[in-house]
Design a protein around this ligand. Structure first.
Ligand code: ADP
Ligand code: MG
Length: 299
C-alpha cells in the first residue's frame, strides 16, 4: 500500500502497533502523546542522533529495508557505547515520498525493532513527514552512563597506546551497500568499567579520522603503526584506514596498563584487540591534517 493511501495517522498507528508496548517500567508514556514521558535515574543522560538519506548513505535499488533499519539504529548504539554507556530509549523519524510502500516502512521498523529488542531499547516516539523524493531515516537515541565511567574523546595523554577492537576496511569496498555490522556495546562497557582507558571513540568515520578526533579533543599528536592495522579480508590499506561504516572501538590507555586491559577484553568479550599507535605530544606525529575520513559536503 502506498503511504498516500494509508495517510500519516494511519502510518503512525501501524508503526505504533508494530513497535508495541514499552518493556521498561520507566516509560510512563510512550508513543501517542505530544511527547514521551520517561522516569530518569541518577546516572548521566547521553543523547545522540544519526540520519541516513537515500543516495547519500544508501541506494534503494536491491536494498534490504530491514538491514537499513538495523544500520541506522546501530550507528546510534555505537555512539552511546563509545561514551561508555548503555542505550535506553529511541525516537525514530521517517521522511518518505507519498508513493512509498508502507510495507517497506514496516520492514524498516522490523529491523529497528529487532536490534532494539536485543539491546533492551524502547522506541518511545518519533516523527513522520513526507519527503519530496528521497527516503530519510533518522534515529535519536538516549542512553545512560555512571558518571565515573564516562569516556570521552578528550582524555588521551602522550605515551598512551592507541588500541582498536576487531578489523577495518570490510564495508568500504561495498559503497552504498548496507552491510551488516558488529556492535561493541559489551566491549565498551568492559573498557569503561576497567577505568584503565583514557579516551574512546567509535570508528564510524574511519580509523584515521577517529584517531585524529582523539588527538584534536585531547590536544595531542599520535603516530600510527599502519602495518599493524588489522585489515578485513580483501580490504586495501587505504580502505582499512579511511573506509569507515564499521563500528569498532578506538581507545587509548597508559602504556603500563595496556596489557592488563587487552587481556581483560580478550577474556570477557573474546574480541581481538590490536595496538595501532601511540599518543604523542601535539607537536609530533599525526596532526589533524594528516588523516581523512568520511566527511559530508566534500567531493
Ligand atoms: P505531533 O503532531 O504532536 O508532533 P505526531 O502526530 O507527529 O504528533 O505523533 C504522534 C505520536 O506518534 C507521538 O507520540 C510521536 O512520538 C509518535 N510518532 C510519530 N511518528 C513516529 C514514527 N515514525 N515512529 C515512532 N513514533 C512516531
Ligand atoms: Mg510530530
Amino acid at each position: 500500500m502506498r503511504l498516500a493511501q494509508l495517510g500519516e495517522f494511519g502510518l503512525i498507528e501501524l508503526l505504533a502497533k508494530q513497535i508495541g508496548k514499552p518493556t521498561s517500567k520507566n516509560v510512563l508514556i510512550g508513543i501517542g502523546d505530544d511527547a514521551a514521558v520517561l522516569k530518569t535515574r541518577t546516572k548521566l543522560l547521553l543523547v545522540t542522533t544519526d540520519t541516513f538519506v537515500e543516495n547519500v548513505h544508501f541506494k534503494t535499488r536491491g536494498i534490504s529495508y530491514k538491514a537499513l533499519g538495523e544500520k541506522v539504529l546501530a550507528a546510534n548504539i555505537s555512539d552511546i557505547a563509545a561514551m561508555g554507556g548503555t542505550p535506553t530509549y529511541a525516537l525514530v523519524t521517517i521522511g518518505a515520498n507519498k508513493n512509498f510502500q508502507a510495507e517497506n516502512v514496516e520492514l524498516l521498523y522490523a529491523g529497528i525493532k529487532q536490534l532494539a529488542r536485543k539491546h533492551r531499547i524502547d522506541i518511545v516516539g518519533g516523527d513522520t513527514i513526507s519527503s519530496p523524493k528521497e527516503l530519510i531515516v533518522s534515529v535519536t537515541l538516549l542512553g545512560e552512563v555512571e558518571p565515573e565511567l564516562l569516556l570521552t574523546r578528550g582524555g588521551a595523554k602522550p605515551g598512551d597506546l592507541v588500541l582498536a577492537t576487531g578489523q577495518f576496511g570490510g564495508p568500504a569496498a561495498q559503497k552504498y551497500r548496507v552491510t551488516r555490522c558488529t556492535l561493541r556495546v559489551t566491549e565498551a562497557r568492559t573498557i569503561a568499567k576497567s577505568k584503565l582507558a583514557t579516551a574512546m571513540i567509535d570508528s564510524s568515520d574511519g580509523l584515521m579520522r577517529s584517531v585524529r578526533e582523539i588527538c584534536r579533543q585531547s590536544r595531542t599528536g599520535a603516530i600510527m603503526w599502519l602495518e599493524l592495522v588489522p585489515r578485513a579480508a580483501g580490504a586495501t590499506l587505504a580502505q582499512a584506514l579511511n573506509g569507515g561504516e564499521e563500528y569498532e572501538l578506538v581507545f587509548t590507555v597508559p602504556k603500563n596498563k595496556a596489557v592488563k586491559l587487552m587481556e581483560l577484553i580478550r577474556r570477557k568479550n573474546r574480541v581481538k584487540v590490536t595496538v595501532v599507535g601511540e599518543i604523542r605530544p601535539a607537536s609530533e606525529g599525526l596532526t589533524p591534517a594528516d588523516a581523512k575520513g568520511y566527511e559530508h559536503f566534500v567531493k
